[in-house]
Ligand binder design. Sequence first.
Ligand code: ZN
Length: 122
Amino acid sequence: MTALDEPQRQQLRTRLAQRQAELLRELGQFQRDRLDIAAQEAGHEVIDQAEVAERREREDVGEAEASRDHDELVAVRAALARMDDGSYGECIDCGVDIGFARLSAQPAAARCLPCQEKAERR
Ligand SMILES: [Zn+2]
């Protein structure tokens, strides 16, 4: 596999920066939702049990989504940091060039496919 050329690198950097902005927006929205729920609960003396259960469920779903978004944000930020230090596009485990096709599908990918599969089995 060949190293990225400059236009490919630029394209991936733009996509990573956009994704980072999107994730930050989603996580910010999630924070606001939580504050809204807390404010609503504080204003209610009596909340019926069904409503409480439904709200908890919604919070759990939000929690799982926020946790996924957060993990992705960490990966996107790490990829942008690798862009800056010049190691972006190389597998963090074995050092081979990951290749544009894989990075294009997954700009935050830190490993080549064989190393990724190994890492997931661990
Ligand atoms: Zn590798």
